[in-house]
Design a protein around this ligand. Structure first.
Ligand code: NAD
Ligand code: ZN
Ligand code: ZN
Length: 344
C-alpha cells in the first residue's frame, strides 16, 4: 500500500510503497478515508535527532478516519463497513485516568510503549491503518470523513482547552484566540457554540483574520502589542477571561499575559518555545496558566455532535496521498486556509 512516511531526520516526508498491515489479535484494520495534517507533524519533523523520539520510518497522520475493513482475532462488537473516526491520544484503558476517558493523560502509556498513530506508531496517511483496540473508534455515522476527520485533533484539542475554562466564560466575558489556523478556526466556532463570550481572534496574517471573522469571531486584530488596548477596551478594562494560545511562541505568550484578567486563564495549546514567569508578582492575581494536551475520549463524541448540529465545521483543503508533501509545504508557508486533509 501507499503511505506518507517521515524517513530521514530533517528531510521532507516521502510517499512510499509498504506492505499492507494485517490486524493482530484485538486489533482493527481501517481502510483510511481521510487523514488530517497538523502543525505538530511539522514540529516533530523539525526536531534534531537527539530530541526525536517517534521512531523512523514513521507513517504520519494523527487525525484519522476510515471504514472498518478487517477484524483481528477476538474482536467483537464492531462491524466491517462501519465508518469511524480514530481517537488518537490512546492510553492503556485500565489506569485511573483511562477509566475516566482521560486517555490523553494515561498514567502508563510511556511505560507500556503506547503511542498515538502518526506520533510514534503507524498513522493514518496510508491506504490502511491498524487501530490497537476497538474502543478508540468513534462512529462517524453520516458525517463526511473528509470534512470532519480533523475534528479528532483540530476540534478535540480546542474543545478540551475551552471546556477547562467554561466557568470563566460567562455572559459579558471576552475570550481571545491567538492563531486562527487549523486548531484556532475551529476553536473560534466552539467558543461561539458553547459559550456566550465575545470572541476575539489574533493572527499575523490578514487572510487568517478574515477567516476568523467568517467562522464567527466578533473581532479580529493583528497579533502585536497594538492589539492590547482595543482588546482590553472590549472588556471594560477588566481583561480577558481566557486566552487560548494556539501558537505558544514567546511573543504570543507575552501578549496573552498583557490581556488576561484577574482570575483569568491563559491556556497554552501551541507547541512554541515560549515561557512565562508565574511568580506572585508576575501576573494578575489568581490568573492561571494551563498547558492542555489533546482531549478526553468522550469529548470527541461531543465535538462530532457539534458538527452534526452544524455548529462547527472545518475549512478543508484536500490533497491526494501523492500530493501530501505539498500540503506540508503549504502548512510551513502559512498558505493553508483551515486544515489540509489527505485522501488516500
Ligand atoms: P496552523 O499552522 O494551522 O495554525 C497556526 C496559526 O497561527 C496560523 O494561522 C498562523 O498564521 C498563526 N500564527 C503563527 N505565529 C503567530 C504569532 N506570532 N501570532 C499570532 N498568530 C500566529 O497550526 P495548527 O495545526 O493549528 O497547530 C497550532 C499549534 O498547536 C501548533 O504549535 C501545534 O503543534 C499545536 N498543537 C497542540 C496540541 C496539544 O494537544 N496541545 C494539539 C494539536 C496541535
Ligand atoms: Zn495535532
Ligand atoms: Zn491508562
Amino acid at each position: 500500500m501507499k503511505a506518507l512516511q517521515y524517513r530521514t531526520i530533517g528531510a521532507a516526508p516521502e510517499v512510499v510503497e509498504i506492505e499492507t498491515p494485517e490486524p493482530g489479535p484485538g486489533q482493527v484494520r481501517l481502510k483510511v478515508t481521510a487523514a488530517g495534517v497538523c502543525h505538530s507533524d511539522s514540529f516533530i519533523m523539525s526536531l534534531p535527532e537527539d530530541q526525536y523520539i517517534y521512531g523512523l520510518p514513521l507513517t504520519l497522520g494523527h487525525e484519522g478516519a476510515g471504514v472498518v475493513d478487517k477484524l483481528g482475532e477476538g474482536v467483537t462488537g464492531v462491524e466491517v463497513g462501519t465508518a469511524v473516526a480514530v481517537y488518537g491520544p490512546q492510553g492503556c484503558g485500565r489506569c485511573y485516568m483511562c477509566a475516566q476517558g482521560k486517555e490523553n493523560y494515561c498514567e502508563r502509556a510511556a511505560e507500556l510503549g503506547i503511542a498515538p498513530p502518526g506520533l510514534g506508531s503507524p498513522g493514518a496517511m496510508a491506504e490502511y491503518m491498524i487501530v490497537d483496540d476497538a474502543r478508540h473508534l468513534v462512529p462517524l455515522g453520516d458525517l463526511d470523513p473528509v470534512q470532519n476527520v480533523s475534528l479528532t485533533d483540530a476540534g478535540l484539542t480546542p474543545y478540551h482547552a475551552i471546556k477547562g475554562s467554561l466557568d470563566k466564560l460567562v455572559p459579558g466575558s471576552v475570550a481571545v484566540v491567538i492563531g486562527a489556523g487549523g486548531l484556532g478556526h475551529v476553536g473560534i466556532q466552539i467558543l461561539r457554540a458553547i459559550t456566550p463570550a465575545t470572541v476575539v481572534a489574533l493572527d499575523l496574517a490578514e487572510d487568517k483574520l478574515e477567516l476568523a471573522k467568517e467562522v464567527g469571531a466578533h473581532h479580529a486584530f493583528l497579533s502585536n502589542d497594538d492589539a492590547v488596548e482595543p482588546v482590553r477596551a472590549l472588556t471594560g478594562g477588566r481583561g480577558v477571561a481566557a486566552v487560548f494560545d494556539f501558537v505558544g511562541a514567546q511573543p504570543t505568550m507575552e501578549l496573552g499575559a498583557k490581556m488576561v484578567a484577574v482570575a483569568g486563564d491563559q491556556v497554552n495549546v501551541g507547541v512554541g518555545s515560549g515561557t512565562l514567569p508565574v511568580g506572585m508578582l508576575d501576573r494578575p492575581y489568581e490568573s492561571s496558566v494551563r498547558a492542555p494536551y489533546w482531549g478526553y475520549r468522550h469529548e470527541l463524541f461531543e465535538v462530532l455532535n457539534l458538527a452534526r448540529t452544524g455548529a462547527v465545521h472545518v475549512e478543508t483543503e484536500v490533497f491526494s496521498l501523492d500530493d501530501a508533501p505539498k500540503a506540508y509545504e503549504k502548512l510551513h508557508d502559512g498558505t493553508l486556509r483551515g486544515r489540509a486533509v489527505i485522501v488516500p
